[in-house]
Ligand binder design. Sequence first.
Ligand code: SF4
Length: 327
Amino acid sequence: MAADNVVLDCSNVTAVYDLGYNVKVRAVDNVSLTVRRGEIVGLAGESGCGKTTLMRTIYRDVTPPLKVVSGVVRLQAKDGEVTDIYQVSESELKKLRARVISYIPQGSMSVLNPTSRVRSAFLEVFQKYGEVGKDEALRLVKARLKELGLRESILASYPHQLSGGMRQRTVIALATIMNPSIVLADEPTSALDVVYQRGVVEMIQNIRNMFGTSFIVVSHDMGLHYQVSDRIAIMYAGKIIEVGRTDDVFREPLHPYTEGLINSLPRIGGPKRLEGLSGLPPSLANPPPGCRFHPRCPYRMERCLVEEPPSFKVRGREVACWLMEAK
Ligand code: SF4
């Protein structure tokens, strides 16, 4: 771990879907990412660029055909203990989950059992990971709901009786009930209207402020990243191509792909006709040589077709583009 305040250090990780017949999809290709204590990092990019696979890799939720072929994922607990998630036994992994790292997959209904009341979901977490009895667990859950501004009455509800926004906020409360160091939230606002989205964003920021919890928020929605994240990492075709402070990246995107994503956002007083990104992301089974963005890049040069750009450090940012070499 580079520093005491780093809770996640994901270093040179490559994960592939081995589909047999020599077909290997490199969904995560030599990715490095760090998250500091109490930081909200947004992970952005078009669908299919590897965001969810990266989250599953960090959480060690890796089952065939997915394989992690290289790299290290280190986590730092609140007491300072550093663990390589791929070096622990299954029983240690169980302890690590919820207490150090928690994962909220896409879709709140996939987390909550539709046939059980919400109370059961919370008690199950304590049964699995906690060291207290049922009465004490229930007392802690009620206290936490109060801290987060959620009604105690949701505990007696079935998931379908809650609105989409309340269900998502309940899932976030559930994922953070054991005070993990870091939470991986995959598309936490998808399918929610803007009012409910706002509630989810505020809740994530409140949890960070109250408990020092770090988050990686995965979304293809750049507007959400602008609202919620301190730093943003942009992923394209299995690679992270730009990382920087969210304000800086939105004010002056440096990678041409980031520029395309930001130009496609509607703005008050902006152009009526938005400039979308032309073309489609490449197949990860057979990505183009050189810079993977070159078939869609308006600035491509000869070398972009054959040489893969390294990550250049530019004004506090990391940008994988040859245009940054001279900056
Ligand atoms: Fe475009 Fe070349 Fe930069 Fe890739 S390396 S984004 S093709 S200018």
